[in-house]
Write a protein that binds this ligand. Structure first.
Ligand SMILES: [Zn+2]
Length: 114
């Protein structure tokens, strides 16, 4: 999975461009490496990204990863991220932080660096 063709430095650059002050941004990555952004529905969007799974429907069979930004923080996994990622074990998960893009994978009950 970590050697998948869609996961490359161009994608990391495209994700880094989404990092901006303000609300957390996020969405999914498709099997051709394209980045889809969803509307963040969190009550506290400065600190959390919450998405309506209905936004996934058009892309259902093409999603290979999730992504979201940490506008004022590093790409370190939060407790919320850990819980969310474990709900989507087949995907990789990218966090875009002030220190760059970090990739995570779900292995059994754990979330590990990918
Ligand atoms: Zn996060």
């Amino acid at each position: 999975m970590s050697n998948a063709a869609w996961k490359n430095s161009e994608l990391d650059a495209a994700l880094t461009e989404r990092l901006a002050p303000g609300p957390e941004r996020g969405g999914v990555i498709l099997d051709d490496g394209s980045v889809v952004e969803f509307i963040n529905l969190a009550d506290d969007p400065e600190n959390l990204a919450v998405f309506d799974v209905g936004q996934l429907i058009p892309y259902e069979h093409r999603v290979v990863a999730s992504w979201h930004t940490h506008p004022d923080a590093s790409a370190t996994l939060t407790t919320e991220d850990w819980e969310t990622f474990r709900g989507w074990p087949a995907w990789l998960h990218a966090i875009v932080g002030t220190d760059g893009v970090r990739w995570y994978a779900v292995k059994g009950r754990a979330v590990v660096n990918a």
